[in-house]
Design a protein around this ligand. Structure first.
Ligand code: PFF
Length: 455
């Protein structure tokens, strides 16, 4: 018996392309260009990258397909989607807490994501004012430090970025940003290719290439594995309902498998290009690959400061980075906003103000963790580090594993088969096997090894 098709009260994408753009917009962001290089640098390079790629393919893509599938079937905010599907599949109502954890994770991630996006905003003006001209490694570090040590400046940029995010979310229709992103993301891609070309021309590419792709497994500690796995969730926007809610706006006839592959492929390509744009500059200038969150802000200005047209190219790069962050940030808060609208009868605008102010307030903790609170540590981590570790390395993989368990074990095979709409062949079987066995087991094993149980 065919099920009655439902639609989301919040609307629907115009089609397959709109979904791919929005999901890629969510996936490609600071995670690819800011976070991937610095955590790769901190965790020794090659082996870390290889493990991350393995996680993307064997855990990330199957979970992305599961999230889109659950979202499209539930057609509501993650909390209500999970509640609805649990009812339909005769599962325990507690599954809706999975939606809750996602909303919380998105909210916490946005609180610091916005502060980092603020750095990129500040760098647009620095680039265009010519502040990178002939800058050396030391000058670039000084420039970065002068920014993060100024809480008032950071707070101002954080505020601007939060307002930008909430304005787009409040409009509800993504058409404006969608159109902007469809031009600017290819632009970002082109500048990354240009930077890689610059590194090739300068002859520095080889060292960077070896660092990224020569695996030295002695450097792959259990904690590094946890970070690599966590990052595969973070970079693909998985485990917290962002992709689920985007799936809830997906028309019924679109292939979930094909679109998921395209989104994950584009995301991975951008991360690897960012690595090839940054590490050669790190090594050519005697910088430290493990410099931490400031890495791209301390390296790229050196290249922009030396290349012809660097003022324009550098300015454009940071503009595009802000857009990439912007199209991700809206998906971080969309689950919370949709839920406030559905369950509290709020208008979209009011829901945005409420969730935006709350996120902004938590973000102040991250602003201060780079200056006044930089010595304030819990478990050896600053407020920002702790928030990042908790969300990316624990909440997202946990959420993702539970999504896989729901899609693979709790949901009847027949329902999953119907919603995936990919036929009852080997492809479906492979996906079902990956979400039932591989993804949850892998997450649990990495968790256990990170807490020392597996030695
Ligand atoms: N994927 C985004 C990035 O790589 O920058 C960050 C992100 C967006 C994480 C949305 C999680 C999410 F739900």
């Amino acid at each position: 018996m065919a099920r009655k098709k439902r639609t989301s009260v919040h609307g629907q994408w115009s089609g397959r392309l709109a979904f791919i753009l929005a999901a890629t917009g969510s996936a490609v962001g600071l995670g690819n260009i800011w976070k991937f290089p610095y955590i790769t640098g901190e965790n020794g390079g090659g082996a870390f990258v290889l493990f991350y790629l393995l996680c993307v393919v064997s855990i990330g893509v199957p979970i992305m397909m599961a999230e889109v599938m659950l979202g499209r079937r539930g057609r509501a905010s993650p909390i209500n989607t999970m509640a609805r599907l649990a009812r339909e599949e005769h599962a325990h109502p507690a599954w809706r807490y999975l939606g809750w954890m996602g909303v919380l994770a998105g909210f916490l991630i946005l609180s610091y994501y916005s502060v980092i996006a603020g750095w990129a905003l500040a760098y647009i003006f620095r680039a265009m004012a010519g502040e990178f001209a002939a800058i050396d490694a030391e000058g670039a570090s000084r420039l970065f430090t002068s920014l993060v040590q100024d809480p008032v400046d950071l707070l101002a940029w954080h505020t601007i970025f939060m307002v930008m995010t909430m304005l787009v979310v409040a409009r509800g229709v993504r058409s404006g940003l969608e159109r902007a992103v469809s031009v600017l993301m290819p632009g970002l891609f082109l500048i990354l290719v240009l930077l890689v070309g610059y590194n090739i021309a300068q002859g520095d590419i080889v060292h960077g290439f070896h660092f990224l792709f020569d695996p030295d497994f002695s450097k792959l500690t259990p904690n590094a594995m946890l970070i690599a796995m966590g990052h595969s969730f973070f970079t693909l926007s998985l485990g917290m309902g962002a992709i689920m809610i985007y799936g809830s706006y997906l028309p019924d006839d679109v292939s979930i498998a094909r679109t998921s592959f395209m989104v994950a492929g584009a995301d991975t390509l951008v991360a690897l290009l960012a690595g090839l744009a940054i590490f050669p500059i790190v090594f050519a200038n005697g910088l430290e690959p493990g410099a931490g969150p400031g890495l791209i802000f301390q390296t790229l200005p050196i290249a922009f400061g030396r290349m012809a047209g660097g003022v324009v190219i550098g300015g454009l790069f940071f503009i595009m980075l802000v857009f990439a962050a912007w199209s991700s940030s809206i998906s971080l808060i969309e689950p919370a906003v949709a839920w406030l609208v559905e369950n509290h009868g709020m208008k979209r605008g009011k829901a945005c103000v409420v969730s935006g102010i709350a996120t902004w307030l938590v973000g102040i903790g991250t602003v201060l963790s780079f200056n006044y609170w930089s010595e304030l540590k819990l478990f050896g981590k600053t407020f920002f580090d702790l928030l990042d570790y908790l969300t990316a390395n624990i909440m997202l993989p946990l959420g993702g594993a539970l999504i896989a368990i729901f899609a693979g074990w709790v949901m009847r095979r027949r329902s999953a088969l119907e919603e995936m709409n990919m036929g009852d062949g080997a492809a479906f079987e492979l996906w079902h096997f990956l979400v039932r066995f591989v993804a949850p087991t892998a997450v649990i094993l990495v968790f256990l090894s990170a807490i020392g149980v597996l030695g």
